[in-house]
Design a protein around this ligand. Structure first.
Ligand code: SF4
Length: 362
């Protein structure tokens, strides 16, 4: 049985093997057609557990819970944007919304050389939340773990009795007190909206990367055992944006692997033009003859994940594969798109920082 490490940085390559092993279902075409959202249309949301019942609620215009969050363990980059984009999309579908800022989780589950104290996790929490607000998150939908209600903390301890040591070891393969405490908080984050005093019992959806599936499995196991008649939480799984270099993950600890939302626009331009792996051929003549390779191109990945207009994204793909687009021009265009995005985003960020500080520190 494969072991997924939700705190690791491994790049997942064999999706089908993991889907089969862990009982995940691929997103069917029918979902894509019904939802009409670019992250589904472009194959970036790849699998689900039990999402059918959430979709049925969306179609009947009935409420459902939209729950996700971020662990505040570093600077925010473009790869994190997908969490916020999905959350904002489900909100538009009529959800009851819970976006958790996991500051305690970030501190207890990360090594001291990364997050030495809670104050550091809260510093990142303010910065991360300000970015998420600038990306379109509504402050009314946000809570910080460290400022949650007493019922939330009571619940995060209550649920611990429903997990045996064998189950925990089978899912995570290791016992580490900080990580156990982070897991209990994560389960509480996903389930607590169904408790009395919050939204109440109803289907819920949480979007996660595939490496987070251990949390999904343990959460559903606990939900089955709790005495509240809970609806089993549903999950959808998205692809992570890769690093700018070949075979890497976009990571906060590798400055050149990522475009950070706080990068100076000209630094982002430099990274796209000089440090990003392209799927171009050896010479322009070869490229005209054979076409480029967008499937392995990190410049194209930026368009695929973030370009708002699907038709224009498809046009870049077609012009690349037919040899009509040269990498130099394509990089130039991508760098301008990213620069313009950052200029606009950073103007919004200047206004959201104080709101974020108020939510995290009170
Ligand atoms: Fe990538 Fe653009 Fe070159 Fe195609 S033309 S390989 S999408 S950089």
């Amino acid at each position: 049985m494969s072991k997924l490490n939700p705190w690791g940085s491994e790049v997942i390559t064999d999706y089908d093997k993991l889907f089969k092993e862990f009982g995940l279902e691929r997103i069917p075409e029918e979902f894509v057609k019904k939802l009409k959202f670019r992250l589904f249309e472009r194959g970036l949301v790849i699998a689900h557990r039990d999402f059918d019942k959430v979709l049925a609620r969306i179609e009947k215009k009935q409420p459902f819970i939209n729950m996700t969050g971020i662990a505040t363990s570093g600077k925010m980059h473009f790869g994190h944007k997908i969490d916020v984009d999905l959350f904002v999309f489900f909100k538009r579908c009529g959800a009851k919304n819970y976006f958790g800022i996991a500051d305690i989780d970030a501190y207890v589950s990360r090594p001291d050389d990364k997050i030495p104290d809670l104050a550091t996790a809260k510093k990142y929490a303010i910065e991360n939340l300000a970015h998420a607000l600038a990306l379109g998150l509504d402050p009314k939908d946000v809570y910080a773990q460290s400022r949650q209600t007493s019922r939330y903390f009571e619940f995060s301890h209550e649920l611990s009795k429903k997990i045996t040591e064998n189950t925990y070891r089978a899912i995570y393969g290791q016992i580490d007190l900080g990580k156990i405490s982070a897991v209990l908080l994560q389960i509480a984050d996903i389930i607590h909206p169904q408790l009395k005093g919050f939204a109440g019992v109803m289907p819920s959806v949480t979007g996660i990367g595939l490496e987070q599936d251990p949390h999904a499995r343990i959460t559903r196991d606990v939900a089955r055992k709790l005495p509240y008649g809970l609806n089993l939480p549903s999950f959808i799984y998205f692809k992570h944006q890769g690093g700018l270099q070949k075979g890497t993950k976009m990571s906060s600890s590798e400055p050149l692997s990522a475009i950070f939302l706080s990068d100076k626009p000209e630094d982002a331009e430099y990274k796209i033009k000089r440090k990003t792996f392209s799927g171009g051929r050896n010479t322009p003549e070869e490229q005209k003859q054979l076409g480029g390779q967008p499937d392995i191109c990190k410049v194209y990945e930026m368009y695929l994940m973030h370009y708002p207009d699907t038709k224009k994204d498809e046009d870049i793909f077609k012009r690349c594969t037919s040899g009509k687009l040269m990498c130099k021009d394509c990089k130039q265009h991508c760098a301008k798109f990213v620069k313009d995005f950052l200029v606009d985003h950073q103007k919004k960020f200047a206004k959201t920082e104080n709101i974020a500080r108020g939510i995290i520190l009170g």
